[in-house]
Ligand binder design. Structure first.
Ligand code: CU
Length: 138
């Protein structure tokens, strides 16, 4: 059930433009004197734009809050096939999606624990040529 919360928040955000005030522990809808507590929701609610090219990912370092999911809007801007392969901190592949040329692909990466989630293109030699990156969940 906890995994659904970010999705629900996202849906709520799109549906109403209001955000996650209903679910937040500190409702900061109004103007308050206190500095707002760090709320990662706006960053995680919007997809991070990721470009795949010959032979790099841009950006190749993405920071995201641990304990939720990261939405990526990935586009392969080159003319050849690439993929996005993401591993968790234990080194297990958790996401693998093909990236056809010039086709936007929405990718959701679960980030249940803090740590480094390395990603790469698994096509032969592409990672060696520079198609690597890192998601840092913190
Ligand atoms: Cu590639």
């Amino acid at each position: 059930m906890a995994r659904l919360l970010p999705v629900l928040c996202l849906l709520l955000l799109f549906a109403t433009g209001v955000g996650c005030g209903l679910f937040g522990s500190a409702s900061t809808q109004g103007i308050e004197d206190q500095p707002p507590a760090p709320v990662p929701a706006p960053a995680s609610a919007e997809a991070v734009v990721l470009q795949a090219d010959n032979f790099l990912f841009k950006p190749n370092l993405i920071r995201a809050p641990a304990g939720g999911t990261l939405s990526l809007a990935v586009t392969n801007v080159s003319d050849q096939l690439h993929d996005l392969t993401v591993k968790n901190p234990a080194g297990e592949v958790i996401v693998q999606v093909d990236l056809p040329p010039h086709v936007p692909v929405q990718v959701t990466v679960p980030l249940p624990v803090a740590g480094d989630y390395p990603f790469e293109c698994s096509r032969p030699f592409h990672a060696k040529l520079g198609m690597t990156g890192r998601i840092v969940a913190e």
